[in-house]
Design a protein around this ligand. Structure first.
Ligand SMILES: NCCC(=O)NCCc1ccc(O)c(O)c1
Length: 757
């Protein structure tokens, strides 16, 4: 469809988007109404914002708060109430003194008409970025569709679109001056390109995409072509974007792994990614350095016609607004935690959790609570809604999601449909996605959504709240807000941390107990795979005398307890090659490569090289991941690029005398037929691309290697990636791969002969 005719230049009026929203029917049989998509801004109007001394940054006053320049009357900012402008830079209108809960009584008792306004003040569909319809490329090329045209109901015989996105990556600020220009409220025209990022109401510098947090949502139909121009304006930073869950068949060089599938995009450069998405709930994020944790992520939804989803009969709506992206959040740059400190702000644990970039923060030292808006999902009584949850955490904390008064029917994970199971709470790990159906079958009202950080996040009790609201009902839940320690009753747990997966139980469902809703290639279930790979992983702990030898500069992470560690998979710590494997293979010294069977001579306990395992094209591959880290509360989620694998087994040693599993013991269990494998006819192991290996346990994966390429397999914890918990699976040979596009950027070392003069 031609874009430029349909899309006048911004800003839009609210009413226009109400009409537009009613077209966003994503399942043919459902009629979407504007109220399903609207959120209310009412409860963060009024209230008296109190001069706020920012004790959130290590006790120092923030250098630059949001200053109320027009304290009263009819200007766009006055709805914050009275803010003492004399308080100067440290006044923060999103702070309130109440320590009693996220919303004070004042905020609850002031209902205003609902606003069709969603994330980041952008109108209509949360995180769909309407501003990019104003980009030059869209105006120039009439074959391209804008983001909001692509987020549509998918029909069987509709021609595919080319969906165009422009991402501008920058250094940016939470609560920057943009919030004085266009923080939305009910009475003023809201700009659909409002650039105010609120996050949890705590000022900090971030990295942003199109000045949004999360960045723009990519929502398309299967068979659409997605084109994303990534324009890097982060001063002095390089970047790549990985499309997590997208298999990149035929576009392997757009997988976004630095020095594996491309050279990083330099500051000032634009790199055009183009791919066709496999269906499901996915997300995109920076795969370079620690940038993901500073804000470079966003959702991807690839929808199908209802006839192609085996679970479509279970829901009435699959709305663009019911994407639920969870992220962990720091109040400083991620680099402050890497390699890590010994005294103040040790470890890598986040301060907070965000739902679609939103939330509130309670300062544990003062009890001050910010009053930024919580995420609201609106539903209509009697209807059934598909929610698409994305765990975009970077830290090691699992996230637990619970909806007050509502069951969750899990229908897909990592984009792949499963036979429906009903649970009350879902625990997920970094990189995982869970799609579930919620039926609006409770008393029309407002209900809490609680997202708790588990594991190490229990120390700071990091959690976030959101609201599930029935249209035309109250805006605020009638129950007290759940706290970290007294939460919503958890009931049946999806993905229990105890990993007791091979015994009957009615309090939990393991991933390995889910059943695939699709047909499985029988070759996957054969007794003997063509290739079987055991991959134990652990940390190597440096003695300081070894690490700080003069003239050596080995990388390390200071773990929460102060250990200086690197990661090992099969006793190797992954190092990037100096040039991309996919495009400059011949530029790489073959000595750079290694694996468990080919260790470089003199490679010690901290063996560092480009860990690569070769796999024949079309082989049936089995991978057994064995946790040799053995830290209670730490289960590592492994993500494979280019594929969804079948999870055929999850478990721990059945041998009661074995306190710690390791490679040798896992091999022994395998010989004795004691590793859990669900390979019987009708076992239907679920397909996923990210799975947590239970601590002191193992996971068994299988896939048929039909997608040639260089595919990263790695722990999805951000700080573990940067210390080497990665391995590249090379499927097939270079001859099996499509050539990289013309003028694909190159990079590498520059080491010419030294000239005398
Ligand atoms: N028995 C060996 C001690 C050890 O391996 N210490 C590392 C613990 C660790 C590392 C990284 C993390 O991110 C983390 O949370 C914890």
């Amino acid at each position: 469809m031609v874009v430029n005719n349909k899309h006048p230049v911004l800003p839009y009026q609210i009413g226009a988007w109400d009409r537009h929203d009613s077209e966003k029917i994503l399942i043919d049989k459902a009629i979407s109404t504007a109220e399903d998509q609207s959120t209310s801004a009412s409860w963060w109007q009024a209230g008296t914002a109190t001069p706020f001394r920012d004790t959130l940054n290590n006790g120092f006053a923030s250098t630059h708060g949001l200053v109320q320049t027009h304290p009263s009357g009819n200007d766009p900012f006055s709805t914050f109430g009275t803010v003492d402008s004399t308080a100067g830079p440290s006044s923060n209108p999103f702070a309130q003194t109440s320590g009693s809960g996220p919303l004070s009584g004042t905020f609850r008792s002031n209902p205003l008409p609902p606003l069709t306004r969603n994330g980041n003040g952008k109108l209509g569909l949360k995180h769909l970025d309407f501003t990019s319809s104003a980009t030059a490329e869209l105006r120039r090329n009439s074959a391209l569709s804008a983001p909001d045209e692509c987020a549509r109901a998918c029909r069987e015989n509709e021609p595919p679109r080319i969906c165009y996105y422009h991402f501008t990556l920058e250094f940016y600020t939470v609560l920057g001056a943009a919030c004085q220009v266009c923080t939305p409220n009910a009475t003023n025209v809201v700009w659909s390109h409002c650039q105010c990022v609120l996050a949890d109401g705590v000022e900090r510098g971030i990295l942003s995409t199109n000045r949004m947090l999360p960045g723009p949502s990519i929502q398309v139909c299967e068979n659409d072509k997605v084109v994303v121009d990534v324009e890097n304006h982060m001063e002095g930073m390089e970047v790549t974007i990985h499309w997590h869950g997208i298999w990149q068949r035929g576009s392997q060089y757009y997988d976004g792994v630095p020095f594996v599938t491309q050279c990083p995009i330099q500051q000032g450069n634009t790199f055009r990614y183009q791919w066709q998405g496999n269906a499901g709930t996915h997300f995109w994020h920076a795969h370079t350095g620690l940038q993901k944790l500073d804000g470079l992520y966003g959702s991807i939804v690839v929808r199908q016609p209802p006839s192609k989803d085996p679970n479509s009969h279970l829901y009435d709506y699959d709305l663009t607004t019911h994407v639920m992206l969870l992220s962990d959040w720091l109040h400083e740059d991620a680099a402050e935690r890497y390699p890590g400190r010994l005294a103040v702000n040790t470890g890598q644990d986040p301060e907070n959790v965000l739902i679609n970039g939103k939330g509130q923060f309670r300062d544990p030292n003062t009890g001050f609570m910010t009053n930024t808006p919580l995420e609201v999902f609106t539903i209509t009584p009697g209807r059934r809604y598909r929610f698409r949850m994305i765990n975009a955490f970077a830290s090691v904390c699992p996230a637990q999601v619970t909806f007050e008064g509502h069951n969750l029917t899990v229908i897909a994970t990592d984009g792949e449909p499963v036979q429906p199971v009903q649970v009350n709470t879902i625990i997920s790990f970094s990189g995982e996605r869970y799609d579930f159906v919620i039926e609006a079958n409770n008393i029309p009202g407002a209900y809490w959504i609680q997202v708790r950080g588990l594991g190490e996040c229990g120390i700071k009790r990091a959690q976030q709240l959101g609201i599930l609201r029935y249209a035309r009902g109250p805006y605020q839940p009638s129950t007290p807000s759940p706290t970290y320690d007294i939460g919503i009753p958890q009931g049946v747990v999806m993905n229990p941390l105890d990993a007791r997966c091979n015994e009957p139980r009615n309090d939990a469902i393991c991933v390995s107990q889910l059943k695939n809703a699709r047909h499985i290639d029988p070759a996957i279930l054969q007794d003997r795979p063509d290739v079987k790979i055991f991959l134990p992983f652990r940390f190597f702990v440096y003695r300081p005398e070894m690490l700080f030898q003069p003239n050596t500069y080995n990388r390390y992470l200071v773990a929460p307890q102060g250990d200086h560690v690197i990661s090992l998979i099969d006793e190797i710590s992954y190092m990037s090659p100096p040039a991309p494997l996919i495009s400059q293979y011949d530029d790489i010294n073959p000595d750079q490569f290694c694996n468990g069977d080919n260790r470089p001579a003199d490679c010690g306990q901290n063996c560092m090289c480009t860990h690569k395992i070769d796999i024949p094209l079309n082989a049936v591959v089995e991978i057994v991941l064995v946790d040799e880290v053995q830290i209670v509360n730490l289960s590592h989620p492994f993500h494979l690029h280019g594929y969804a694998y079948n999870v055929v087994g999850i478990g721990r040693s059945p041998d009661q005398n074995v306190k710690k599993i390791n490679l040798k013991h896992a091999l022994d269990l395998d010989r004795r037929g004691l590793l859990e494998r669900h390979l019987k006819q009708g076992d239907l192991p679920p397909a996923k691309d990210t799975i947590a290996v239970p601590n002191n346990g193992y996971v068994i994966l299988r896939f048929r290697a039909t997608n040639p390429g260089f595919w990263l397999l790695h722990c999805h914890f951000l700080f573990h990636i940067v210390i080497g918990m990665n391995v590249v699976l090379q499927v097939g040979t270079q001859a099996d791969l499509p050539p990289v596009p013309p003028n694909f950027p190159t990079c590498g070392d520059h080491l010419p002969p030294i000239t005398a003069n």
